[in-house]
Ligand binder design. Structure first.
Ligand SMILES: CC(=O)SCCNC(=O)CCNC(=O)[C@H](O)C(C)(C)COP(=O)(O)OP(=O)(O)OC[C@H]1O[C@@H](n2cnc3c(N)ncnc32)[C@H](O)[C@@H]1OP(=O)(O)O
Length: 474
């Protein structure tokens, strides 16, 4: 892909502004205030579908405090936590859609295992969805589809990722031999199989955070993307510092109200915080070596999202149902779209493709968006997406559009940090983005929020949420 660099892109806008450093988010906090609504989006199908509320476990670096759990154990905390937080009785839940990316083979329909473990009724059907890093977005939009089709009224959605224990397989040759050994009837047949073993049979197969079709890791692809768009190492490091600084501010101010404490069995203290937030001086960031393309790459451990354990859950229902039961929804789920491109070309441009489409679908312009929440896979990926959105030639060449829409307003962008700092448990991130959007709309007194994320496979999602008049920030 011969990518263009936008000429009128303002250089290095990613360093945290002084005002943001001092004040955190920019707008006044107004609990219970009605937004100054200028436009409102009519539901397309006659049903006003709402995000009632959502929760997540603290997101932890893999190999830390969750490491002895199994994925369904972690999911259980989020699935029981959402009922506890909302007070919705489990019998009211019609269905569960739940995401995961790297599957534990013993619990392949993790939605079912986790919901049973969390104490949901065994009469509540649960199904697992997967679409790489946007799996819990898919869980949410599957729920929207089921509700719109009139099948169900109230659905729990979310996702879990557990990178502390991933399924490492025997080699194909060893697996084949073991399967044949299972069928061998005589001692002679078994001995012959044993004699056929060669040293390379013992080389294990590790799952990689890599693209199946090209074999390229996400990090390598991010480095390639950053280079294609001319995202400098300094810009990437500055953006990463911004993410960590804003996440720390949000933690300190108590804004991350979607977090629920997790008491790991055998531990005395509950886990209450994301543990990957680490505000480092830019000079320290600059000393790190490239993590993927060596020695000249610009993507490092500090400007990448890190391997994370975490789970999330939310409730999607109709406004009518919520009102009937006396619940106060957080936001309307107005519009969504999925996009996909050739994964061998560029993997991580989902927001650049999805954002113009979703704005057009909703009849909104970037100026109407009060809260932007993009998944930060890598700092270089965010910068490349900004540059693509701000490039007329990208719009014309790759999207068949006459004009660019421009990059999001950085002052309204990921104001509570993002996946770089809070972590990115692949299938749990979508609900985290939705909850940040909904809660920021209240705290920052906005009306519309736009979520966008890239995913392996060259895919992506974009969604529009609208603040609900009854929404509260807790
Ligand atoms: C669509 C999508 O979402 S695609 C994205 C999917 N996600 C991914 O691909 C995950 C990408 N990330 C990774 O694979 C890993 O986190 C890696 C390879 C980048 C880094 O892994 P590791 O090398 O194990 O990271 P580790 O935590 O040890 O950090 C390496 C070094 O950087 C340092 N470091 C990490 N973060 C920071 C920071 N914020 N500030 C300063 N230093 C830092 C560490 O202290 C460590 O230093 P040391 O070697 O002196 O101890």
């Amino acid at each position: 892909m011969a990518l263009c660099t936008a000429r009128n892109f303002v250089k290095s806008p990613y360093a945290l502004g002084k005002a943001q450093q001092q004040l955190g988010v920019l707008r006044a906090f107004s609990i219970g205030n009605q937004t100054n609504q200028t436009k409102t989006l009519a539901p397309k199908t006659g049903k006003n579908i709402v995000l009632l509320d959502g929760v997540r476990t603290p997101f932890l670096m893999s190999g830390t405090d969750y490491s002895k759990l199994m994925p369904h154990d972690l999911a259980k905390f989020a699935l029981s936590g959402i009922l506890k937080k909302t007070g919705v009785p489990k019998e009211m839940i019609d269905y569960i859609t739940y995401g995961t990316v790297i599957q534990e083979v013993k619990t392949s329909n993790i939605a079912r295992e986790a919901s049973l473990a969390a104490g949901y009724s065994d009469k509540t059907p649960s199904h697992t969805v997967t679409m790489a890093c946007i799996s819990s977005n898919v869980a949410i939009t599957s729920a929207i589809g089921l509700i719109n089709s009139g099948v169900y009224d109230m659905i729990v959605c979310g996702g879990v990722e557990f990178m502390s224990d991933i399924p490492i397989r025997h080699s194909r040759k060893m697996r084949s031999l073991m399967l044949r050994a299972n069928k061998a009837k005589t001692a002679g047949q078994k001995l012959a199989l044993l004699a056929s073993i060669r040293p390379d049979f013992f080389v294990p197969e590790l799952p990689a955070v890599a693209e199946f079709s090209s074999g390229e890791t996400m990090g390598h692809s991010a480095d390639r993307l950053a280079a294609a768009f001319g995202a400098t190492r300094k810009e990437q490091d500055e953006f990463a510092v911004r993410s960590h600084t804003l996440a720390k501010q949000a933690q300190d101010k108590g804004y991350l109200t979607d977090l629920i404490p997790v008491q790991v069995p055998g531990s005395t203290k509950p886990i209450t915080h994301d543990n990957g937030v680490r505000v480092s001086p830019i000079e320290k960031m600059a000393t790190l070596k490239p993590a993927f393309i060596k020695p000249h790459g610009t993507v490092t451990a500090a400007n990448s999202s890190f391997l994370t354990d975490g789970a999330s859950a939310c409730i999607v229902t109709t406004e009518e149902k919520a009102k009937q039961l006396g619940y106060k929804p957080k936001a309307y789920l107005r519009h969504f779209t999925y996009v996909s491109q050739d994964p061998v070309d560029q993997l991580l441009l989902g927001p650049a493709y999805g954002t113009p489409l979703i704005l057009e679908k909703a009849g909104l312009t970037p100026k109407d968006i009060d809260v932007w929440e993009f998944h930060e896979a890598f700092a270089g990926q965010i910068i490349a997406n900004f540059k693509a959105l701000d490039s007329t030639s990208f719009a014309q060449r790759y999207m068949n559009r006459q004009d660019k829409i421009g990059a999001p307003d950085i002052n309204k962008f990921n104001n509570w940090g993002g996946s770089l700092s809070l972590g990115h448990p692949f299938a749990a991130t979508g609900v985290r983005l939705a909850m940040h959007t909904a809660n920021r709309l209240v705290r920052e007194d906005g009306q519309f929020g736009l979520i966008a994320a890239c995913a392996a496979g060259g895919q992506g999602v974009a969604m529009i949420l609208e603040r609900h008049p009854d929404a509260h920030p807790n």
